[in-house]
Design a binder for this molecule. Structure first.
Ligand code: ZN
Length: 308
């Protein structure tokens, strides 16, 4: 069924935070880590899940050329911060436009081991908050935090209907990370399992050597990335590892995902919770919780990049 959740909004251009109205402001000072890096940010949840930021390392927004999709996907790195010189690709799972492009996303693409759909619509909460909205929101929050620490962040899609009316396909999502020579790639998702199934899990690439897929060089570093992301996610959100996948470890290894099979750079997926469970859905639909999720994922990426 083709539908758009009630909270759907067209993509917003990034603007100077100084021009944004602030409804409720919460100033956080986060000091930590062996390098003594800090993030100072003001967070204001305007009630519909979007968040506003100010302060700290956030660079001024670049001038965007609406006719150049590349400008919307890539942002320049800050010259300072612990992630200066690092490239992180963030892959917001699915795309709000997928609901209107069934034929396009059902086209089969080769993922090395077999052929799979280009992309899927993703799941939604019982109240219609879509996974595609969720993944974009967490991804944008994650981008802000990573840029504050100096990383160059590239998205596989940013909900820009003119640039990416659907997808991209899973094989292209992998290629975007490869072409960027990303130091780390994280694909953001939420699950659609049965009620009562709760918690998050990180999906790691298993060893695959078939057709265009050869994950053997990335299995080890991806596991380290996944473990660090898991640790950061637990620390910031307090969420428990999945009670239905991964045997309580919060980690699951798969060889059937094109986005992992075709990656040549360290990459993991994170399923942040189960949208079909009422208690998990209450978290996933909270802007405050999504900010914690983004912070946790960013901490995992920072830890991984320090060690690798
Ligand atoms: Zn998904």
């Amino acid at each position: 069924m083709s539908y758009v959740g009630p909270g759907f909004e067209p993509p917003q251009p990034r603007r100077s935070p100084l021009r944004r109205p602030v409804a409720v402001a919460l100033a956080l000072v986060v000091v930590g880590g062996p390098a003594g890096w800090f993030v100072w940010q003001a967070v204001a949840d305007d009630g519909d899940g979007r968040v506003m930021y100010s302060g700290g390392y956030e660079p001024l927004s670049p001038t965007l050329s609406p006719d150049d999709p590349a400008d919307l996907a890539t942002t320049p790195a800050s010259s300072a911060g612990p992630l200066a010189g690092k490239v992180v690709v963030v892959d917001p799972g699915h795309n709000p436009g997928n609901f209107q492009h069934s034929a396009d996303i059902n086209r089969k693409v080769n993922i090395g081991t077999n052929w799979k759909e280009c992309d899927t619509t993703g799941t939604a909460t019982n109240d219609g908050y879509t996974e595609a909205e969720f993944t974009l929101d967490v991804a944008r929050r994650l981008r802000t935090v990573l840029e504050q620490q100096g990383a160059t962040v590239k998205f596989t899609q940013d909900g820009d209907e003119s640039a990416r009316p659907f997808g991209p396909c899973v094989d292209e999502r992998a290629r975007i990370g490869n072409a960027a020579h990303a130091d780390a790639v994280v694909s953001i998702h939420a699950d659609g399992s049965g009620a009562g199934n709760r918690g998050f899990h990180v999906i790691l690439p298993g060893a695959v050597h078939d057709g265009a897929a050869d994950t053997r060089p990335i299995v080890g570093p991806s596991r380290l990335l996944g473990e660090r992301v898991k640790d950061g996610f637990v620390r910031e959100t307090g969420s428990a590892p999945s009670n239905y996948i991964g045997g309580g470890t919060g980690l699951d290894t798969r060889t059937d995902l094109g986005g992992l099979n075709l990656s040549t750079v360290p990459k993991v997926f994170i399923e942040c919770g189960n949208m079909r469970d009422g208690k998990d859905a209450a978290l996933l639909t909270s802007g405050v919780w999504r900010q914690k999720a983004a912070l946790g994922i960013s901490e995992g990426i920072v830890s991984f990049l320090r060690e690798s």
